[in-house]
Design a binder for this molecule. Structure first.
Ligand code: ASP
Ligand code: MG
Length: 414
């Protein structure tokens, strides 16, 4: 017997039937003798719909009013789920983020949780009541209602699990776990029994939409055991934890990919000690996220610099660079679109050299040119042509034995 935090995403509470189904999963946990705190998202595509309304009312709705309208979505779900639980004879109560004591920074649209005052939740749990909390929202110190960024209900759930020292946080969703790659595109993608926090963090940041990156960060920092599982089918999901057994011998645990990458190249940049910092701080000031950076020879008088950005930042990046060309000290810029990023992730890379070499070799064997590379301790990413993205993902998935978990994996260093 312990405390379990359950979270149901938008699809899992998309209509009344699904809300009743979610209520069933809550009751199952309660019947086992556990205390249960439930966090829910807005129903189906409600949040998108509310954003759409806001942009009909104003061309640039203020962030405060956006938070005001968006937080209504989750409020509908908490009341309906609570009613369904009560209808089945269970004692339950719904709470908005602020009623649940979720305190955030005073920022609209993307606030971080700063503290959770759990008194009210604990009072209700001590009365054996199920507590249903609205995800994605909180209250800033200045009394303003805030939201945590799109997908933020995951973070509410993990933060509550940490604050309440829950035994587990179960994320119920429309997929049945974390996969070795996106099963919609990579045949033989397999569900993983477990993934390490760091691996999940890389995968989430690389666009595996199954978990909000900030939620994974929270789970790692507070050691919250996390699971991702299907709300519709009663199957084992994927466990995300600190130490993942290497018994399967998988050095690479996932292949992620992302389209719409742009390579920008800055030519003739003055070779000065501050040149790089000026360029990237100028881009950062304009909220342009730079990923991979490649710099040409530094002994020459001027340098060429390439970096990758997302498609949505292209126009801004060009404008910002052109407007500051003199001060930044370069001659021209060019960009290449139609690119994508393919990454392999696995904590086994730390202790197994040669993984990147093997990746490059396989891509070369399949005539897939690599345009850029970046690595971390547990990740290697390459930028390739968009037309070759899926093929690259497929061959890497096979090469690193991700389609057959049982076989220990050998890395060949030639
Ligand atoms: N409803 C919010 C969104 O769609 C938060 C969430 O579902 O996590 O982004
Ligand atoms: Mg989500």
């Amino acid at each position: 017997m312990g405390l379990i935090v359950q979270k149901f995403g938008g699809t899992s509470v998309g209509d009344i039937g699904r809300i009743k189904n979610a209520a069933g999963r809550v009751m199952d946990e309660k019947k086992k003798g556990n205390d249960v705190v439930v966090v829910v998202s807005a129903m189906g595509k409600t949040t998108d719909g509310l954003v759409g309304l806001a942009y009909q009312a104003a061309s640039k709705p203020s962030k405060r009013e956006l938070d005001m309208i968006l937080t209504t979505g989750e409020q509908i779900t908490i009341s309906l789920l609570t009613m369904a639980l009560q209808d089945s004879g269970y004692d339950a109560v719904s709470m908005t983020g602020w009623q649940a004591g979720i305190e955030t920074e005073s920022i609209h649209g993307n606030a971080r949780i700063t503290n959770i005052n759990t008194d009210k939740i604990k009072d209700n749990l001590s009365e054996s009541r199920i507590v249903v909390v609205a995800g994605f929202q909180g209250l800033a110190g200045n009394g303003e209602i805030t939201t945590l960024g799109r997908g933020g209900s995951d973070t509410t759930a993990v933060a509550l699990a940490a604050a309440l020292k829950a035994e587990r946080c179960d994320i119920y969703t429309d997929v049945d776990g974390v996969y070795t790659s996106d099963p919609r595109y990579v045949k033989n993608a397999r569900k993983l029994a477990s993934v390490a926090y760091d691996e999940m963090l890389e995968l989430a940041n690389l666009g595996a939409g199954v978990l909000h990156p900030r939620a994974v960060e929270f789970a790692k920092n507070y050691g919250v055991p996390l699971s991702v599982r299907s709300s519709m089918e009663k199957l084992d999901g994927t466990i995300i934890e600190e130490e993942v057994s290497m018994e399967t011998g998988l050095i690479v645990r996932g292949v992620a990919f992302e389209e719409e990458i742009i390579r920008m190249t800055v030519f003739g940049l003055r070779n000065e000690i501050t040149s790089l910092s000026s360029i990237f701080s100028t881009l950062a000031k304009h909220h342009i996220n730079v990923d991979i950076i490649i710099q040409s020879k530094t002994e020459t008088e001027s340098i060429n610099l390439s970096f990758s950005i997302k498609r949505e930042d292209l126009e801004d990046a060009i404008e910002v660079l052109q407007n500051n060309r003199k001060e930044l000290g370069f001659t021209t810029i060019e960009h290449e679109s139609g690119l994508s990023k393919v990454s392999i992730v696995g904590s086994g890379m730390i202790s197994n050299p040669g993984v990147a070499a093997q990746m490059f070799e396989v891509l070369a064997d399949h005539d897939i040119p690599i345009k850029m590379v970046s690595t971390s301790e547990i990740k290697v990413s390459v930028v390739v042509d968009e037309s070759q993205m899926l093929k690259a993902a497929e061959v890497l998935h096979t090469e690193f034995n991700l389609d057959k978990a049982e076989q220990p994996q050998k890395v060949s260093v030639k």
